[in-house]
Design a protein around this ligand. Structure first.
Ligand code: CIR
Length: 267
């Protein structure tokens, strides 16, 4: 298993430019289409924040055929030890893993593929110092989660499978790692008891979407629309970077979804 600090120490990331098709991105509840220019601006600020946090970011070109392809976190999972090509659970996103494969094969010595059958989205995976947590959701089924656990075993990682609250898209829509001992979590997911052994920091009621924060090296990126969460994390001593996510939120996305992050292994 990784050293505790390694779970948020990243020096490399992959992102993908949003395509104009992003305005047709999947969403559970329609709050209007996102604005393409707005998504591009929010994405650019996110990439700049990753770079400012010390991460070397590889930017892949936009894919017009895949409306949600800017959310690279879902079709793959990456670690210093290797990458895993997943099988997204939404039919319109099924081809995204093949689109990522060439870049992953260039950048990783080991690239595993999720065995059939089953589906798994990277948004359902939270890596902690103790294990790789996989949430079952509308996108990640039991067969996919078990196949993923087997792949993780090949990379020397222990996996644990949990339920995702019914009202959220992905496991990580409701939680994120703040540091090796602490997780930012909605009250609903906290109640389910999945985070035994970790300090749970609850997002204030009404700011549930803020739970998808992103710890990268010394900073915690938090959606700018949630001032009470930002104030709380600030008071707890975290180095908060607030980023606008209002446009990507219209298609159920947040901060973790827009990158694949890892720490390269030394020679
Ligand atoms: C989807 O429904 O697949 C996209 N509109 C949003 C994906 C968000 N990804 C994530 O939470 N990891």
């Amino acid at each position: 298993m990784p050293l505790a600090g390694e779970v948020y120490a990243f020096d490399a990331a992959i992102v993908r430019e949003p395509s104009a098709a992003v305005v047709r991105g999947l969403r559970a509840n329609d709050r209007g289409d996102p604005d393409f220019e707005g998504v591009k601006a929010q994405h650019a600020a996110y990439v700049a924040a990753l770079r400012a946090a010390g991460v070397e970011v590889t930017v892949l070109p936009a894919l017009e055929a895949f409306a949600d392809s800017v959310f690279v976190e879902d079709p793959a999972l990456v670690f210093g030890e290797g990458a895993i090509l997943l099988r997204p659970g939404a039919p319109s996103r099924a081809g995204e893993a093949a689109e990522l494969a060439p870049a992953l094969r260039r950048m990783f010595g080991t690239v595993l593929e999720l065995p059939a059958p089953g589906f798994a989205d990277g948004g359902d995976v939270l890596t902690t110092a103790k294990s790789v947590m996989i949430g079952l959701s509308a996108r990640t089924d039991r067969a996919g989660a078990e196949g993923l656990a087997a792949c993780l075993g090949k990379l020397g990682r222990k996996a644990e499978i949990f339920a995702t609250p019914a009202d959220v898209l992905h496991f990580k829509s409701a939680c994120s790692l703040l540091d090796a001992e602490s997780v930012l979590v909605t009250a609903g997911l906290a109640r389910s008891g999945v985070f035994a052994g970790l300090r749970q920091v609850l997002v204030p009621e009404g700011e549930e979407a803020a739970a998808n924060a992103l710890r990268v090296n010394d900073v915690v990126m938090v959606s700018a629309g949630y001032p009470r969460t930002i104030g709380m994390l600030d008071k707890l001593g975290y180095n908060v970077v607030a980023l606008e996510t209002s446009e990507v939120e219209k298609i159920d996305a947040g901060l973790s979804c827009m990158s694949l992050r890892w720490r390269r292994k030394g020679p």
